[in-house]
Design a protein around this ligand. Structure first.
Ligand SMILES: [Zn+2]
Ligand SMILES: [Zn+2]
Length: 320
């Protein structure tokens, strides 16, 4: 739960790019309501993240997923919401940062998960990018159907004991673990890994999952950084699952990126598809909940990326 941990105001950064055309979008419209230095007094936090969410009814519908029958070289991606994805290949089911929580402590989920945890297929591989509560959600992990192997960054394995995994694997950046036809590599990210203020020993990162020539990159949480270029060069991901929310106030861009930077990261990676994530589910920051998606759609038109940016709906599997 990043904002709780990132409560030190940082020096001002340059303002965001000016909004371009496209009617009602203002970026970020929440600027008007804020004054610098007021970001993280407890009252503002409570009003913006907790109280506002409490009064808001969640949107989105829980679906009975219709998982496609896959051929040899196909993959299906199902967005569960926030940073959670099911990645399916013919012969392998992987889940990344699963989180079906309706509450993260005081923070209410504002968009329902796209499916029920009980409707998941048996999971061969669980990938956990870091120990923040919105990504490493123990109550969800306990419910994952027959999880065989969990892969996570260094220092996170103690958190995964007694969650039902057959095997737990810790990786450092650029280390890989594989079996049969699949291989997963932990890659760097510009973020941090502490689950509480005290634990400084836990790692973080993103994952590149390869299976029979198909390659999916989940960036975890990350600020924009030169590592995207290196990940693109070394592992050539086809699909890039990139976070686009929790970028306001500006100090959050030390650890998260906005849609503008996700587009740049996508170019750096030279991937084929950009799948935006980490938006619209929990209010972790001060931009409006629907702003990242609207800004992303506008940027995708502006950069003529409509066929490469895949805005997914929770609970609807898409074939790639
Ligand atoms: Zn995080
Ligand atoms: Zn996060």
């Amino acid at each position: 739960m990043d904002p709780l941990l990132n409560h030190q105001p940082l020096p001002a950064h340059p303002p965001l790019p000016k909004p371009v055309g496209h009617g009602r979008r203002t970026v970020p419209r929440s600027f008007r309501d804020l004054t610098p230095g007021d970001h993280f007094n407890p009252r503002t936090f409570f009003r913006e993240m907790v109280w506002h969410a409490l009064k808001t009814s969640p949107t989105g519908s829980v679906k009975i997923p219709n998982f496609p029958h896959l051929k040899d070289d196909q993959l299906a991606l199902t967005w569960i919401g926030h940073a959670s994805f099911l990645v399916q290949f013919e012969g392998l089911n992987a889940i990344i940062d699963p989180n079906f929580a309706n509450w993260l402590f005081l923070l209410k989920r504002l968009k329902r998960p796209g499916l029920r945890v009980k409707d998941l297929p048996p999971i061969d591989l669980v990938l956990l990018t870091h120990a923040h509560f919105d990504h490493f959600h123990k109550p969800t992990l306990r419910k994952i159907p027959s999880p065989k192997i969990a892969v996570m960054p260094w220092g996170c394995a103690p958190l995964a004991q007694s969650l039902g995994f057959g095997r737990i694997v810790e990786l450092k950046w650029w280390e890989s673990f594989g079996h049969d036809d699949w291989k997963v590599t932990l890659v760097p990210a510009e973020h941090w890994g502490a689950r509480t203020l005290a634990d400084k020993h836990r790692g973080w990162g993103g994952f590149v999952l390869e299976y029979r020539g198909r390659t999916v990159y989940h960036a975890g949480d990350s600020a924009y950084f030169p590592g995207f270029h290196e990940i693109g060069q070394r592992l050539k991901p086809e699909l890039a699952l990139l976070p686009i929310g929790a970028y306001h106030p500006e100090s959050f861009r030390k650890v998260h990126m906005g849609p503008d930077q996700a587009v740049q990261a996508f170019h750096d990676l030279q991937a084929k598809w950009l799948v935006p994530m980490h938006h619209g589910t929990f209010k972790l920051s001060f931009e409006a909940l629907d702003e990242p998606a609207r800004w992303m759609e506008s940027l995708s038109r502006e950069h003529r990326l409509e066929h490469r940016v895949r805005m997914m709906e929770e609970g609807i599997p898409e074939r790639f």
